[in-house]
Design a protein around this ligand. Sequence first.
Ligand code: A2P
Length: 283
Amino acid sequence: MTEQKPVTQTAATPAVPTLPDAQTVTGVTHYTDRLFSFRCTRPASLRFRSGEFVMIGLMGDPDPKTGKVKPLLRAYSIASPSWDEELEFYSIKVPDGPLTSRLQHISVGDEIILRPKPVGTLVHDALIPGKRIWFFATGTGFAPFASLLREPQTYADYDEVIITHTCREAGELTYGREIIESLKDDELLNEVIGEGFWKKIKYYPTTTREPSAKMGRITDLMRSGEAFTDLGVEPLCSQNDRAMICGNLAFNLELKEMLEDYGLAEGANSKPAQYVVEKAFLD
Ligand code: A2P
């Protein structure tokens, strides 16, 4: 597949909500035939920690027997940081997926349902202090890191921020790459987080099914040591390194085992430790 130019739609005066927990779409960008992102209004009462997810969706089709309609909701990581006045989400498009087959057609001014109850383990509170933080993502698993990469605490807590993103095709890296590139020139972030904060970031994008600058699964590239050589960093150690994992199930399990082998222990909100893991939304 060739990389598509992102097509962005913006503007809009938010309409008066008509659905329960309705929010209004303020922008949609399509990256590939499998991926898109969108922004929407943020409920005034919604407080969340960067990296958390919420349930979002649309009204389902009427029940053939009763005619009743129920909301069709799925867990989505909030891709925008906690201080942003709008919310951003990054989604896959599954042709026969109950929600995404319809969600992919939303446009500016449309309403989505958003349950304002954020939860999740990919939060700074679930990690104990360290020197480096690794964000490991595949596919749409980049979403919580899109939030955390724009979160001041990430740079206050760590000297180095390493983000790896493995996707099938090069076009699937666009969303993440554009966010990382934009950090450099973002005046607000440089002011809020600290001038030159982005110099702490090391970005390692790889593809597995289409040629790109770096090919291979991050797991294999770490096992062979190639990832560490390319990045010019030492392999992980339990004393200095903290990590967050978000991707497909097989990736999460494989990387979790690797991190345990490096000596890192899994943390949680109730018991902070050295790494945390969460499954990316796929439907
Ligand atoms: P691959 O193409 O070799 O399967 P998906 O779109 O299916 O969720 O996959 C996203 C990316 O995650 C793909 O590049 C895929 O590589 C990679 N991937 C899948 N399973 C693993 C795993 N166990 N370890 C590392 N990467 C994985």
